[in-house]
Design a protein around this ligand. Structure first.
Ligand code: FSX
Ligand code: SF4
Ligand code: F3S
Length: 359
């Protein structure tokens, strides 16, 4: 039964792909290239941690984005470094056999397995709005989580309740950390970038500890900066060049999407750096604003999606002519334009090496 998913459904990576994936993870973790051999060594010699992956109230996009990731195949790399013993979407077993697999795994690896939870947990009316094999998600989580060595919530559903928690939250959906005692690593995003999970697991295997987390339980290496801070359209923002409506001349020229609703100034994520899919894109690079999918309650706090954030002052318009005025203009912008969040963020960027753990 053990490792059924790895062996039957997913071909293993060759050595080149393996090293390439570890190199990408090292970059995402902010490690130098000299650390890659250490990551590779840890990933190949450490005992592969058994993983139980539960699905609750969600769309399965987190698993989809993980397994369809490539460039190189991050999903396959992940499946090479863990022993995926139970995963409802991709395991071969079904029905009673699947239930038996879960029972056997949590007994055999009691206190040793990593629990990954995907999806929110409905709590209203004793949790009846999500049931698997006759048990509520709440009951399954209560049975499995106390036996796990570590708990990782993947996706904004499992971290903060998900879109189904949008007011008035009819099913009482909550994230894992609301129901589980002890620390939960929150890999938020709808869906999150696979590199955030891969980086977290590789960090754990290499350094024998989890990466530093922010106050919301998210790994700082992936959620320590706002998308706005490393967006390729940022120079347009700073110089007051904005898309006024989708499809206009400014949109075609790749100007900043803030006025058409981009939530990058208040979204902590590394999308511009790690990007998605085979073609290295992220929402803003293809002309759509960030909707803030890594943030708690983004379904309520970041809507309407196509209206600008209310508390972000925008810089004046006009092309800046020379270096002197750039200096003055940018100083003015940094002090006042993007509100308190931006001022804090920019201050941190100026203090090199300072940890961004006090946001
Ligand atoms: Fe939620 Fe994951 Fe969004 Fe979907 O399953 S984070 S709805 S992309 O996929 O949990
Ligand atoms: Fe980029 Fe959005 Fe910030 Fe504009 S508002 S610079 S598009 S993150
Ligand atoms: Fe989500 Fe914004 Fe990134 S919508 S995927 S955090 S660009």
């Amino acid at each position: 039964m053990a490792d059924t998913v790895n062996k039957t459904l997913v071909p293993r990576l060759d050595r080149r792909g393996f090293i390439k994936g570890c190199t990408m993870a090292a970059a995402a973790l902010g490690l130098s290239e000299t650390m890659v051999p250490k990551l590779v060594e840890a990933a190949t010699t450490a005992q592969r941690p058994p993983v139980v992956w539960l699905h609750f109230q969600e769309c399965t996009g987190c698993t989809e984005s993980l397994l369809r990731a490539s460039h190189p195949d991050l999903g396959r790399l992940l499946l090479d470094i863990i022993s995926l013993d139970y995963h409802e979407t991709v395991m071969a077993a079904a029905g009673h056999q699947a239930e038996q697999n879960l029972k056997d795994t949590i007994e055999k690896y009691n206190g040793k397995f990593v629990l990954v939870v995907e999806g929110g947990i409905p709590t209203k009316d004793n949790g009846i709005y999500c049931k698997i094999a006759g048990k509520t998600a709440m009951a399954i989580l209560a049975e499995v989580a106390p036996k796990a060595a570590a708990v990782i919530a993947i996706g904004t559903c499992a971290t903060f309740g998900g879109v189904q928690a949008a007011a008035p939250n009819p099913t009482g959906s909550v994230g894992v950390q609301s129901l589980v005692k002890g620390p939960v690593v929150n890999i938020s995003g709808c869906p999150p970038n696979p590199i955030a999970l891969l980086g977290t697991i590789l960090h754990f295997l290499t350094f024998k500890r989890l990466p530093a987390l922010d106050k919301l339980g998210r790994p700082l290496f992936a959620y320590g900066r706002r998308n706005h801070d490393h967006c390729e359209r940022r120079p347009h923002f700073d110089e007051g060049r904005f898309v006024e409506q989708f499809g206009d001349e400014f949109h075609r020229q790749g100007y900043c999407l803030y006025k058409v609703g981009c939530k990058g100034p208040e979204t902590f994520a590394n999308c511009p750096a790690v990007r998605f899919n085979d073609v290295d894109v992220w929402p803003v690079s293809v002309g759509h604003g960030c909707i803030g999918c890594t943030e708690p309650n983004f379904w309520d706090t970041m809507t309407p999606f196509y209206e600008r954030l209310p508390n972000v002052k925008i810089p004046g318009s006009g092309i800046i002519a020379d270096a002197d005025s750039v200096g003055k203009k940018v100083l003015g912008v940094t002090a006042a334009a993007v509100g308190i969040h931006a001022a804090v963020g920019i201050g941190k960027r100026l203090v090199k090496g300072k940890k961004e753990d006090d946001k």
